[in-house]
Design a protein around this ligand. Structure first.
Ligand code: ADP
Length: 384
């Protein structure tokens, strides 16, 4: 195979597309990206940017006809067009049928159940009102977690209902209602698969939450779990990617419960926030691994070179407008501090504008340095 003559298309032009295109560029692979505007992060770094809508059948079909291999950086794309492209001989990874399962949290849960993969118990409901009826008739009891089947992203389509007092939080959407899990730790394992069926797992990453904001603050690798649990988490993620049979990356989000069980929360068949550290800390980055997976190349070594902590660079609250990075020079002066800016022109409160990976000899030292970076590096607007 001549990789340099392969045209790889990406649906989505955000930061994941940017980092993927940069990795592909190392091998001189031609990258095409489809999204609303070439001013988006992928615009300046891909070979060809096509302005259009990745949710639109005609835009996706016309775009896909121009490439050899088509992939995604966001799940919410038009899968009807992908199914037709696949039938007409375009390689589409992840496979559109699997993407349809994953896009719908209800179908995703049913898939785990059918394949004997551990996940929390659940029921499906057509609406928020149907949940109220089930509560009144005793078919459902508190506490539970409600997730919109199709509208979720970054925790937005999730409602935690602990008692009747929380009922105003119920989402009106068709949703999955699952048991509220007693979580000890949240872990992510990014795995990859190629068409030959080869699979590999990156080391497990632990998501550490800020107790006040209740947002993921640090993504720590290696995770602070015992070796046996870590191996079990990696094996579960490998079993999951083999069950879906998708090529490229699959990020598997897991809960380690207080009673020491590993259960699958959800998956994403694409590069993932919890894999960003691999660019700086592993032999192969998740983006290069995705490329290897979708081009059916041998998967790269996932070995960790050094411990790391990844911090998302979010727009400061109360800042909207043209972006400026305060404290940048001080931070890049520090050993092991790797700053990645996505190139978004405008900041908004909590918008993901970049990330920083801090490398150190162990996770504790990396965390200490990451705290310094957090305090120094601020994403602000030039006009307030
Ligand atoms: P999203 O796809 O929007 O990121 P998730 O399914 O990952 O949504 O849920 C967001 C967060 O909500 C999780 O990281 C976890 O902290 C919490 N959560 C999700 N499901 C459960 C559950 N069943 N029990 C307890 N907490 C949960």
């Amino acid at each position: 195979m001549n990789v340099t003559r392969t045209k790889v298309g990406i649906l989505g032009g955000g930061q994941l597309g940017k980092m993927f295109a940069l990795a592909a560029h190392n091998w001189d692979v031609e990258t095409w990206a489809l999204d609303a505007s070439r001013t988006f992060p992928t615009g300046p770094v891909c070979s060809h940017f096509v302005e259009g809508n990745f949710k639109d059948y005609n835009d996706v079909y016309a775009f896909g006809k121009q490439v050899d291999v088509l992939t995604i950086e966001i799940e919410h794309v038009n899968t009807e067009a992908l199914l037709r492209l696949e039938a007409e001989g375009v390689k589409v990874h992840p496979a559109p049928a699997a993407l349809n399962l994953i896009k719908d949290k209800g179908l995703q849960k049913q898939f785990y159940q059918k394949h004997g993969l551990p996940t929390s118990d659940f029921q499906l409901f057509d609406s928020g009102d149907a949940i109220r009826v089930a509560l009144e008739s005793g078919q459902l009891s508190y506490p539970f977690v409600q997730k919109s089947r199709t509208a979720g992203y970054d925790g937005k389509g999730v409602a935690v209902i602990k008692s009747a007092q929380d009922l105003p939080l119920l989402l009106p959407d068709a949703s999955v209602v699952e048991d509220l899990v007693d979580i000890e730790k949240e872990i992510a394992v990014v795995v990859a698969r190629n068409e030959n069926g080869e699979v590999k797992a990156f080391p497990a990453v632990e998501m550490e939450f800020n107790p006040v904001a209740n947002l993921v603050e640090f993504l720590v690798c290696p995770s602070d779990i015992d070796k046996a649990t870590e191996r079990a988490a990696e094996q579960l993620a490998l079993d999951t990617v083999s069950a879906f049979g998708v090529c490229g990356l699959l990020a598997v989000e897991l809960f380690l419960t207080k009673d020491n069980r590993l259960i699958i929360n959800e998956v994403a068949p694409r590069p993932h926030n919890s894999g960003h550290h691999t660019i700086d800390s592993c032999y192969t980055s998740q983006f290069e691994q995705h490329l290897r997976g979708i081009l059916n190349l041998p998967l790269g070594s996932t070995r960790m070179k050094t411990a790391s902590v990844m911090v998302n660079l979010l727009g400061e609250p109360n800042h909207s407008g043209p972006v400026q990075y305060d404290g940048f020079e001080e931070c890049v002066a520090m050993e092991g501090v790797k700053v990645h800016l996505y190139g978004k022109a405008e900041t908004k409160p909590y918008r993901k504008m970049g990330h920083v990976t801090v490398l150190a000899e162990n996770a504790e030292s990396a965390k200490a340095k990451a705290r310094i970076v957090q305090n120094k590096l601020k994403v602000v607007s030039t006009k307030i």
